[in-house]
Design a protein around this ligand. Structure first.
Ligand code: TMP
Length: 238
């Protein structure tokens, strides 16, 4: 059986990734406009016959526990190396438990963040550099590469504003605390932004960069165009 298709979504907090991945999942499921009853992205992995939707950190029971530890603003003093190691622990578990088995069954896997996030946030934001991230990826993730990565980069200001407001609302409503990264200074996010650009320039064949402050529909159209083109290539080569 041919390997399935591995698609990742990347971007800054507040870039609209989660909205877009849900719409893309609905589109892939129906190969048409979003229908009522489309999947939501809960903490658990959502799965249908030929599509798996997951996220990092999280997406497995172990990963959800790692996510809680990583994102809770009460996890103070977490060393950057420890943070990076936890991101990879989560990822190694997700690959073993969810991603690789689904790809082996020929499914499409949609993943909200993958190793580009570690390179951008820990490599760039925390200034650990790209090399340790890529090295750990080779060692712990068998260098698994997405077939396509959609990188959403609206303006830094708009993303941060949206992310911070959203998390304040979520904390007030659910008591859940996922604010640790949003509390970082703008300089941290500027380095993340810069590193994402660097990765996109290094890997133009894999990464489709969607920049600027576009509407949700405009971004969705660009995503659908990129995914359709990739599906067409995949169908020609199998
Ligand atoms: P989310 O809100 O998109 O689910 O992302 C969770 C946070 O974790 C987000 O601020 C980015 C951060 N993160 C990293 O710093 N490194 C990583 O490898 C991943 C996957 C996420």
């Amino acid at each position: 059986m041919p390997r399935g298709l591995f698609i990742t979504l990347e971007g800054l907090d507040g870039s609209g990734k989660t909205t877009q991945i849900k719409r893309l999942a609905a589109w892939l499921k129906n190969r048409g406009p979003e229908q009522p009853g489309a999947p939501g992205l809960a903490s658990e992995t959502w799965e249908s016959t030929n599509l798996v939707l997951t996220r990092q950190p999280g997406g497995t029971p172990t990963g959800d526990r790692i996510r809680a530890l990583l994102l809770d603003s009460r996890s103070t003093g977490l060393a950057p190396m420890a943070e990076m190691a936890l991101m990879f622990a989560d990822r190694a578990q997700a690959i073993a438990e969810v991603i690789q088995p689904a790809l082996d069954q020929g499914k499409i896997v949609l993943c909200d963040r993958f190793t580009d996030s570690t390179e951008a946030y820990q490599g760039g934001g925390r200034e650990l550099g790209s090399e340790p991230v890529l090295e750990l990826h080779r060692l712990l993730c068998a260098n698994l590469q997405p077939d396509l990565t959609l990188l959403l980069l609206p303006s830094l200001e708009a993303s941060l504003d949206r992310a911070r407001r959203r998390n304040e609302r979520a904390s007030a409503q659910t008591g859940q605390n996922e604010n640790r990264f949003e509390q970082e200074q703008d300089a941290f996010y500027r380095r993340v932004w810069q590193k994402y650009h660097e990765i996109a320039a290094r890997e133009p064949a894999r990464i489709v960069l969607i920049e600027g402050d576009l509407t949700i529909d405009e971004v969705h159209e660009k995503i659908v165009a990129a995914v359709s083109a990739r599906l067409l290539t995949a169908s020609r080569t199998t």
